[in-house]
Design a protein around this ligand. Structure first.
Ligand SMILES: [Zn+2]
Length: 446
């Protein structure tokens, strides 16, 4: 790949997602050394800078890259293999055996396919959980794809009717995680950060949870990312195992705080909501997954009233079955309107904020990403509005949330590098992934 030192990206409409929600028409952004070096009127930017490359922006909206706060890239090969189950059956019958039986090559290709889909549909950063085994191959895929990510192996040491093969002993889990932290955390120009991913309390002993918290304290900027209070039956099982409500159990384990993000957070009592607020714990709302697994509807409005940071996640392909954040942004807005019977419950502008700057805040990365502002990393996407679904276009934010899809993304830039443009991946050999995917699919069809 040719490395360009600087570039100008033009756009008919630039949506910055800064604190003032600035939108600039006939705009351009000057990118230098991977950073946003200037932005403003197209004419002025061209007058002030000469760039190695200019990306024309006719019929294009330019906005910050989307931030997916909860994904399982490695589950992509299981897309369509676990439909119409509830959470625990879905896990025990399909997802865990599937993950457990992946070869190292399958972990790599399945993750890479997931990252390709994210990049293709406008996600520039993801908060990702891998498998217990062979997770180095998933991190390798993240490194090669060019995506920005917090990522780590799945941590679990309790079988709880889960397949034996996926269980590791407590010490091995932590030893492997620590080795991976030393190898990958804050590497690739800061694009890759490790994360500690206990799957959920049902698969983690108190001893493992204590070791995870201890490990987190030994490193800077290392987040805990786990599932919590997703389904009612899960909460009942956690109560039996930990003799406490889910969130209180996590609090007693000292696993909550501003460096923890909980996926789902649906079934909470009043006290648990207050614990989330007081500890400044972050939530990732995953609307498609919650609908498909019939888990429930997260009360995003309530979290916002409490000042809790909430990002939007897709979750994995077996429960979504897609990494297109545009689908989840739209559904996030719709679900709150229905839940609260209030059309203003979650307006389009707030949803866009959740998928950009709030997502960045929720994963403690907002100093560098989440908006198009001077000095931030150049993580941006372009939307093609020369399309039937973009006509007429009165309000670009309304278009993005209610009418667009990931297929409208024409360009994805991460860290100042174009990773996808007009149908072409720049970092990923898509034909190679196709062959690997077919090979895996053939195994099921034998
Ligand atoms: Zn998940």
């Amino acid at each position: 790949m040719v490395i360009l030192k600087n570039m100008i990206l033009e756009a008919d409409i630039l949506i910055t997602c800064d604190a003032q929600n600035t939108i600039i028409k006939d705009a351009a952004v000057f990118v230098s050394d991977g950073l946003i070096a200037d932005l403003g009127q197209r004419e002025r930017i061209h007058k002030d800078y000469s760039a190695d490359k200019v990306i024309e922006g006719e019929n294009r909206i330019l906005l910050p890259g989307l931030i997916n706060t909860h994904s399982h890239s490695v589950q992509t090969f299981l897309r369509g293999k676990a439909d119409d189950h509830t959470l625990l059956d879905w896990l025990r019958q399909v997802v865990l055996p599937g993950e457990a039986n992946f070869t190292p090559e399958e972990v790599y290709s399945s993750s890479l396919l997931g990252f390709a889909e994210m990049i293709r549909t406008g996600t520039t950063t993801t908060n990702d959980m891998l498998t217990s085994h062979n997770s180095d191959y998933g991190i390798k895929a993240a490194v090669e794809s060019g995506i920005r990510t917090r990522i780590g192996k799945m941590l679990m040491d309790v079988d709880n009717d889960f397949p034996d093969i996926i269980k590791e002993d407590t010490e091995t889990v932590i030893e492997t995680a620590r080795k991976q932290i030393d190898q990958y955390h804050q590497t690739q120009d800061g694009r890759i950060k490790y994360s500690l991913n206990p799957r959920f309390l049902l698969s983690c002993s108190p001893k493992l949870m204590n070791l995870i918290v201890e490990t987190q304290h030994d490193y800077e900027d290392l987040m805990i990312h786990t599932h919590a209070s997703e389904s009612q039956s899960e909460c009942i099982e956690v109560k039996k195992m930990y003799n406490d409500s889910y969130i209180r159990a996590l609090k007693n384990l000292k696993a909550l705080g501003s460096e923890t993000i909980l996926a789902h957070g649906i079934w909470l009592n009043k006290e648990e909501f207050e614990i989330i607020q007081k500890t400044n714990t972050r939530i990732t709302h995953n609307p498609s997954s919650n609908c498909k697994l019939a888990s429930g509807i997260c009360d995003v409005v309530k979290y916002h009233e409490l000042g809790v940071l909430v990002g939007i996640g897709t979750d994995g392909p077996p429960c979504n079955n897609n990494f297109d954040m545009f689908r989840d942004m739209r559904l996030a807005a719709f679900l709150q309107k229905v839940k609260h019977l209030n059309e203003q419950a979650l307006p389009a502008s707030k949803v866009l904020q959740m998928a950009t700057i709030d997502g960045a805040r929720a994963i403690n990365w907002d100093k560098e990403i989440g908006s198009i502002e001077l000095g931030k990393r150049a993580d941006m996407i372009m939307i093609d509005i020369d399309q039937v679904n973009a006509m007429p276009l009165y309000d670009p934010v309304s278009h993005l949330i209610y009418s667009s899809s990931g297929k409208d993304v024409s360009l994805t830039m991460i860290n100042g590098k174009i990773v996808y443009h007009d149908g072409h991946f720049k970092t990923i050999d898509f034909n190679k992934i196709k062959v690997a995917t077919q090979k895996y699919q053939d195994k099921w069809e034998l």
